[in-house]
Design a protein around this ligand. Structure first.
Ligand SMILES: [Zn+2]
Ligand SMILES: [Zn+2]
Length: 1018
């Protein structure tokens, strides 16, 4: 039995669908062909006059394609239902009298079809339809049922449609349309279609009973019926059941802090027992007997699935063994659990989900002696449930503690990158919370080293690169401006005590932009919180974990103080509070980054610097690294790896990634990192159940595919919002009526108003979002209608205010936010339980974005998602045609990820960066004066160490990861190096700065190429 929230969602959807069809209207003051967006059919003659694309937007027929199970001829029944609208009064010339339209009765027409094999389009039921239409009061419209056999690959395929055949006439448009049209096929035995784009055929239901033509198709009491919207309900997963049920296995933070080993052994033993059953030949045979017999290909796929499971089980066993063998790792693991438990407690979460524990175990063998699989990219994939971020936060905290215990007391442990320009505040907060708890645990357990801190490395897009002594043209930040610090507040609450209202201040003595908590009971006691948001402070303090946008990798060719991201800094300033020092420059003679500091520093010896090398690089949303961005990043990844290897004689960092889709990850990790990728968890033999999760009967989200017919996307969006808001507001004025209709107890009215009173409109571009918002302002007759925009252009402060308000809304409904207009900035890391209804305007460019975006609603309660298709676009039309599979298994659908590293255009951009990165991070620390800031110094250095074009080309080739067989790239690179050295040695050129002798300027952001990424095809 569904619960009251599920029933309310169904009721809401029914309101919207009825409004789209016009089922609840019998009178209208305007032509209905401009109002209703579902169930209508345009006259064929009008449609024929349109271009193909426009015809698709206001179709003249609906129906389905079916495969008869037997050879023809075939006799079956088609039932057509339709209504019409008649204009009773035309509008007066002065427009004082509006039009008046009345709806007809329902025409319900059974038609017998006798179809021959190979028949081309033939009309059935013309007279019956006309007669029934006139009897129902439909004034002028006519129709026909058209049937043809479009045999394909030797097997018959019948196309059955109802077509509006109304001829051209002087009648108003709306009278020539048909409305609320439905076509039902009965009495025909059919065979299913098979969806080929789904891999792993043994796991999936790939069969479709029929293919809709301009509509969806549903099976209703054994009959095939057209549907005006396609509804797909996804099911909420459970994570604790079977061997991992809550009462059988203790995965609480406290249990894993006190005594983890027995619990972990039990988890792994359970996995072994589960696998013996689930992957046994018997179990697989049982699955086969439930459906059509397996092809050799399916059997081979199942075999590979079992092997992946066994490899995973082996890894988890080794993870337990790693903890058994290393007391340091075990202690770090326990401290991590304590810290993560502290954070989770605030959200009333007391234990891990099994897959989170499993993922962590799988990575542990890389951390101990032998560094097993160090170079394998570990990908967290968990499409159906939340908890991904906490999973890798657990890993980060563990890695930080482990570093401290093995003697690394300072420096960056991990650099976590997000592909978007802006990090969501909620995402940042989760990192700050986890690391804040880790710092409290560190203090309590007297773990040595610097405070555990977080670096927010986003500089320029939302926080400063550095704070200048006086404002300059390039950097207008003014330390005298009292309102300045507040602009860079990135916290929603205190990571130590969770108190709201963290403030920021500028500390002149330490030249630091500090976040602080003024709650009297806070463990921070008013001191600065362990968070750095200014780039130069991140260089000075090298926080244990740095989070930021991918763009920042571009700085590796410009910023000598990024040394801590690949090895160690030059020294430490003797003045307390100044932090690490870097290469000396005119503006910082001692290498200290605090303006004007001349204090000497303690040099960090070359062999001590290796200890600073980061252990992990994380990549969130791996699937977004495609096209030009992926190509450029692949070279920067190589540069970072190469600098770390050459400078420290150790491994490059291990790479951890998360991805919303599974299709194509192997090629992507190979291209981006030159490493093999591995996904956790391995899939179970059924998509509905694995060891780690299983589907329940509870609704997660109700997805509704909408094909707007004959009206604009904005109109549909506006009408949808209008109906949703009007309907939910009835809970305030007539709760009894609403609840009776929906079949729920009125006692829930307030809760439902709270959970379903805010709508999200999602646009794929900022332009779409703004258009929707403008249109809403004039077309949605609801008052008050409070709207906020959340796009990449929304100022930081407004985002913070909006999120806080959505999370803790005002008591009065009228004062709440009713509509959130959002773009892709909203699709990551926003986690608000009250957001449960979304309208998506046009199918997002990638399946991953669709998954991420719609996952923002229905996080805890049943969600409702309208996907309004831009049906004129090929992609949208394609998604509509297999909407169910797209929603249920979108993450597995084969969708090529275009990414390559062998692009000469990209090399032209990145080779300049590589040359500069080598100057700053390789040559400069090895130069006599530790300074290569001018062409003169650089020339002297290369003469002294006798660098040749050959040497440098070879080194750069390695640095950029160019393969031996990539001759064109190699030749381009050599030419760039030749030009470089020719210019360097040309004393007459007057070039003073090293950047002047490059073949081009290095990119300042990895997004410099973004304009070349196709964003949309319209
Ligand atoms: Zn506090
Ligand atoms: Zn200093």
């Amino acid at each position: 039995m569904s619960d009251h929230k599920e029933r309310f969602v169904q009721w809401l959807d029914q309101r919207v669908t009825n409004a789209g069809l016009g089922t609840e209207e019998i009178r209208s003051a305007v032509d209905p062909s401009g109002v209703f967006w579902l169930g209508r059919l345009a006259p064929e003659q009008d449609a024929m006059a349109e271009t193909h694309r426009e015809r698709r937007m206001d179709p003249c027929s609906v129906g389905m394609r079916v495969k008869p199970a037997t050879d023809g001829p075939w006799t079956f029944d088609v039932r057509v239902r339709a209504r019409g609208w008649n204009r009773i009064t035309a509008a007066s010339n002065d427009l004082d009298t509006p039009e008046e339209w009345h709806k007809s009765e329902l025409a319900d027409v059974p038609i017998r079809v006798e179809a021959e094999p190979g028949m081309s389009s033939f009309d059935f039921g013309v007279d019956e339809l006309t007669f029934a239409f006139r009897s129902a009061g439909i004034g002028v419209a006519t129709a026909a049922v058209q049937v043809s056999d479009e045999s394909w690959r030797g097997s018959p395929e019948l196309v059955v449609t109802v077509v509006n055949t109304t001829p051209e006439s002087a009648h108003p448009k709306g009278e020539r349309y048909l409305f609320e049209v439905e076509l039902v096929v009965e009495g025909l035995a059919t065979a299913p279609f098979v969806l080929e784009s789904l891999p792993d055929s043994f796991r999936y239901e790939r069969e479709l009973p029929a293919i809709g033509i301009n509509c969806g198709v549903e099976v209703r009491q054994g009959k095939l019926a057209t549907r005006d919207t396609i509804v797909v309900s996804t099911k909420r997963p459970t994570f604790r059941f079977g061997y991992t049920a809550e009462d059988k296995l203790d995965l609480s933070f406290s249990g894993l802090t006190d005594d983890p080993l027995p619990r972990l052994r039990q988890l792994v033993d359970g996995y072994a027992r589960w696998g013996r059953e689930a992957w046994s030949p018997d179990a697989l045979a049982r699955r086969q007997s439930g459906g059509p017999s397996w092809s050799p290909e399916m059997i081979a796929e199942a075999e590979r699935g079992r092997e992946a499971y066994e490899a995973e089980l082996d890894r988890l066993r080794r993870g337990v063994a790693a903890l058994e063998s290393s007391p340091q790792l075990l202690r770090a693991y326990r401290l991590m659990n304590k810290a993560m438990g502290k954070t989770a407690m605030r959200r009333d979460i007391t234990s891990w989900r099994p897959f989170q524990v499993g993922f962590l175990l799988g990575v542990l063998p890389s951390l101990v002696e032998g560094r097993r699989d160090w170079n394998t990219v570990e990908i967290v994939w968990f499409a159906t449930g939340g908890g991904k971020t906490e999973t890798y936060l657990g890993l980060l905290v563990l890695a930080v503690f482990y570093d401290r215990l093995r003697g690394k007391h300072s420096g960056i442990t991990a650099w976590s990158r997000f592909p978007l320009r802006l990090l969501s505040l909620q995402q940042t907060q989760r990192f700050a919370d986890a690391l804040g708890s880790a710092e409290l645990v560190r203090r309590e357990h007297r773990v040595p080293g610097d405070p555990i801190a977080l670096g927010y490395y986003v500089g320029r897009s939302s926080t400063p690169n550095d704070i200048p002594v006086e404002p300059t043209k390039d950097n207008p930040i003014d330390v005298e401006d009292d309102t300045m610090p507040a602009r860079f507040n990135v916290l929603l609450r205190c990571p130590f005590c969770a108190a709201r209202g963290v403030s920021t201040r500028f500390n002149r003595r330490h030249w630091r932009l500090e976040h602080f908590c003024s709650s009297p009971s806070c463990p921070s006691a008013g001191e600065a919180l362990p968070l750095f948001v200014v780039d130069s402070e991140i260089y000075r303090f090298m926080p244990s974990v740095v989070i930021g946008t991918l763009d920042k990798a571009a700085l590796i060719s410009m910023q000598a103080a990024m040394r801590g991201f690949v090895h160690g800094p030059a020294g430490r300033c003797r003045r307390p509070g100044h932090g690490f020092t870097y290469a000396k420059r005119g503006s910082r003679p001692s290498g200290c980054l605090v303006p004007g500091c001349k204090e000497p520093n303690d040099v960090i010896k070359a062999h001590d610097r290796a200890m600073f090398a980061p252990s992990f690089r994380l990549q969130d949303e791996l699937h977004l690294l495609r096209d030009s961005l992926g190509a450029v990043d692949s070279h920067y990844e190589s540069i970072l790896d190469d600098l770390q290897i050459k400078n420290t004689d150790t491994d490059p960092p291990k790479i951890i990634a998360s991805s919303a889709t599974l299709a194509g990850y192997e090629r992507q990790t190979e291209t981006l990192y030159g490493r093999t990728g591995r996904v956790f968890p391995a899939l179970g033999p059924s998509v509905h159940e694995s060891y780690w999760s299983a589907s329940t009967t509870k609704t997660l989200r109700r997805y509704v595919a909408v094909w707007p017919r004959g009206v604009t996307l904005e109109w549909v969006s506006d009408r949808t919002i209008t109906v949703l808001q009007q309907s939910v507001r009835r809970l305030r004025t007539e709760a009894e009526v609403v609840c009776a209709q929906a079949g729920i107890d009125p006692v829930h009215a307030d809760e439902l108003l709270n959970l379903y009173g805010t709508n999200v409109i999602y646009g794929n571009t900022v332009k779409d979002v703004e258009a929707a918002r403008r249109s809403m302002g004039s077309q949605v007759p609801i008052d008050p209608l409070n709207t906020v925009s959340l796009t990449g252009q929304t100022p930081f402060d407004d985002v913070r205010t909006a999120i806080a308000e959505l999370d803790g809304p005002p008591a009065e409904f009228d004062e709440r936010v009713h509509v959130v207009a959002a773009s892709s900035m909203f699709s990551h890391g926003v986690d608000i339980d009250r957001l449960n209804i979304m309208t998506v305007l046009g199918v997002p460019l990638t399946t991953a974005e669709f998954i991420q975006t719609t996952a923002r609603v229905g996080r805890t309660h049943p969600g409702l998602v309208y996907v309004v298709h831009k049906i004129g676009r090929e992609r949208d039309a394609g998604v509509y045609s297999h909407f169910q599979a797209f929603v249920e298994h979108g993450d597995r659908l084969v969708e090529p990820i275009p990414v390559t590293r062998s692009s000469r255009r990209v090399l032209d951009l990145t080779s300049a960066a590589a040359i500069e990165a080598r100057r700053l991070f390789f040559h400069e620390p090895r130069s006599e004066k530790l300074k290569l800031t001018t062409t003169d110094l650089l020339r002297d250095h290369h003469r002294t160490v006798v660098t040749t074009v050959d040497d440098e080309t070879k080194a750069l080739r390695e640095m950029l990861g160019i393969r031996d067989d990539e001759h064109l790239l190699d030749a381009d690179l050599r030419r760039a190096v030749e030009i470089y050295f020719t210019k360097l040695n040309d004393l007459g050129s007057g070039a003073r700065w090293p950047a002047d002798i490059l073949h081009r300027r290095p990119m300042t952001s990895l997004r410099d190429v973004e304009t070349q990424i196709p964003i949309s095809d319209d």
